[in-house]
Design a protein around this ligand. Structure first.
Ligand code: ZN
Length: 172
């Protein structure tokens, strides 16, 4: 073992420690999520006791079957799956890095595949009623696979309440 190798190993160790430190630091910050609909659209967002999971948000507007569902933030598709008329039905999960992900369920269809990179505001599917009684988007923001309180455009969703909010997704 010569001196150069030892020095290189020490340097590599320091770089690895720094990368781990930066990685842990970044995990606390969620992506700047936007509503999963095109810019300017107004949707009814409902949170309610007994919802499974509790922090999920159900989203509607009039005649919404087939309406575009877009990515809340850029990321990589980790799930694009059809459970039939049970549970989430047709649903998509996007991984945004550092343990953060979003889930879009009951879709009438999706247009992404696992492993695909998507950008914020990109259409990933359509509102539907797969796995549920009436058309709506069931939506979750997750940390390490668990739904957490949702935020859009920097504003926290109220629990438990119904609000009518305008999408600011990719407005410019
Ligand atoms: Zn739901």
């Amino acid at each position: 073992m010569n001196r150069m190798t030892d020095r290189s190993r020490r340097l590599l160790g320091r770089i690895t420690a720094l990368a781990l430190f930066l990685g842990v630091g970044a995990a606390s910050a969620a992506p700047a999520y936007q509503m999963p609909f095109p810019c300017g659209q107004v949707w009814r967002l409902a949170t309610w006791q007994g919802h499974n999971p509790d922090r999920a948000v159900d989203m509607n507007r009039d005649n919404d079957f087939g309406d575009a569902v877009v990515a809340s933030a850029g990321g990589t598709v980790t799930t694009a799956r059809d459970l039939g008329d049970t549970s989430y039905g047709r649903y998509v999960v996007i991984d945004h890095g550092n343990g953060h992900s979003t889930l879009y369920a009951h879709l009438s269809g999706y247009r992404v595949i696992v492993g695909e990179s998507v950008s914020k505001g990109q259409r990933i599917g359509s509102v539907g009623s797969r796995g549920t009684a009436s058309a709506h988007l069931h939506y979750e923001q997750r940390v390490s696979g668990r739904a957490v309180s949702a935020r859009f455009n920097g504003v926290a969703m109220p629990y438990y309440a119904v609000v009518f909010w305008t999408s600011h997704n990719s407005c410019n």
